[in-house]
Write a protein that binds this ligand. Structure first.
Ligand code: ATP
Ligand code: MG
Length: 399
């Protein structure tokens, strides 16, 4: 028995099974996402039933397909399936071969009869197949905690046999929850926040503020690399790069040092809000976590998010740094996040930023700036790039 003997991968849908009337759009989105994630396997074909999707392998290796399928949100689990004729001898024979190829000492057969005219009841199938496996192998039956489970699904024209069940990533299919403008720095937190948004079914567009020449080309490349690392979960990600230097210099000129971060972040949020509204985003998302740094106190958050009309979502708000780091290691963004390139915030960081900014002071300092003019200038020169799994990055400025 080798991997290429398998005919199908059977995909079980996750939480969306419970979502009555939106079900169809959920399934269609999931199907689209699965096809995009697996685009490189050109032989695959797809067929869906009420609660499952069958991927026909047509010779593709199920192990390679599974590695990518495991990243697609909305899948609860999936199994490799072997197909044989709906005849008991063929079923017993195939089930034995599949069980034999697995590692373990005990097994259990779980048969389901979708084709009600099949001449044996489920329990009779269980016993016949188990008997054959006992005769042909050294495996023992354990109905409570078997090492190997042999699932058999008898249909009219064919029978599926499965011996593994691979856990999917759960969550909702990316895209069913609308779109958010994700503020992506080069740090550890925002890629994790982006991943968590995607997991809840929200598609993200990235917005990154770069301060050339104070920030380097490498620091921008790092942001592109982080975006690319998130494409297993959302196969095409729009990255908007904002050239932020003029605004930062203007702020540093007129705003007292302890308030520069507050004012700078209000500009970031204003720009994210404007671009988000123009590109059909329903929210802004950030990697802010409560209490980590001066701009991340509740006082600061209140003053900073007062400038947006879109809601600001903070998926890692209550996480400890260690929890965020664990997640970033799991999704493999950590190694890139810790590369030591300057970020626009680190360059202009004041000695003592205020943790309790006052809105009236902020507004007074901002009154010395041409807010609209500065924002419009930034928005007129956004660099847009689509980063995809396929590594074809094309630019466009259609928005
Ligand atoms: P991160 O690890 O995500 O950089 P952080 O703990 O370093 O977060 P800050 O630098 O204060 O915290 O940034 C808080 C959030 O603001 C970030 O998570 C990100 O969402 C946003 N942000 C900060 N800098 C930028 C930037 N240059 N471009 C886009 N978003 C940014
Ligand atoms: Mg940061």
């Amino acid at each position: 028995m080798s991997n290429t003997d398998y005919h199908y991968i059977l995909v079980r849908y996750g939480e969306l099974s419970t979502k009555g009337k939106n079900r169809l759009s959920f399934i269609n989105q999931l199907k689209r996402n699965i096809k995009e994630a697996l685009f490189q396997f050109s032989a695959l074909t797809y067929q869906e039933t009420y609660d499952r999707l069958y991927i026909t392998l047509n010779g593709e290796n199920p192990a390679d397909v599974s590695a990518l399928l495991q990243n697609v949100f909305g899948i609860i689990s999936f199994s490799w399936a072997y197909q044989c004729p709906s005849e008991i001898d063929a079923i017993a024979e195939a089930a034995t071969r599949l069980a034999k190829a697995e590692s373990g000492e005990t097994f259990k057969v779980i048969a389901r009869r979708h084709y009600k005219l099949f001449p044996m009841l489920s329990d009779e199938i269980n016993r016949a197949v188990a008997g054959h496996i006992l005769d042909e192998t050294s495996l023992r039956v354990d109905v409570h905690q078997p090492d190997i489970k042999v699932w058999i699904e008898v249909r009219q024209d064919k029978t599926f046999i499965m011996v593994n069940m691979i856990k999917g990533s759960g969550g909702y299919p990316v895209g069913i929850g609308g779109k958010a403008m994700m503020m992506l720095s080069g740090g550890i937190d925002s890629p994790v926040a982006a991943y968590l948004m995607m997991k809840r079914g929200v598609k993200v567009d990235m917005i990154h503020f770069a301060s050339m020449p104070y920030t380097s080309a490498q620091s921008l490349q790092k942001v592109k690399d982080l975006t690319k690392l998130l494409t297993p979960y959302q196969s095409s990600i729009r990255l908007n790069v904002i050239h932020f230097t003029t605004i930062q210099l203007a702020i540093n000129k007129v705003v007292p040092e302890s308030y520069t971060i507050t004012v700078m972040r209000r500009f970031m949020f204003r720009i994210a809000d404007r671009l988000g509204l123009d590109t059909r985003c329903l929210a802004i998302a950030t990697g802010e976590s409560l209490g980590q740094v001066a701009s991340q106190t509740l006082d600061s958050m209140r003053v900073i998010s007062a400038v947006t009309s879109l809601p600001v979502l903070r998926p890692v708000l209550t996480y400890d740094k260690n929890e965020i780091i664990d997640c970033s290691k799991r999704i493999r963004t950590y190694e890139t996040s810790i590369l030591p390139f300057e970020d626009c915030c680190t360059i202009f960081t004041p000695q003592k930023p205020t943790t309790k900014p006052h809105l009236n002071k902020v507004e007074f300092y901002e009154s010395k700036l041409d807010i609209e003019g500065l924002i419009n200038e930034c928005l007129s020169q956004v660099d847009v790039e689509y980063i995809t799994q396929k590594q074809t990055a094309e630019t466009d400025d259609l928005f």
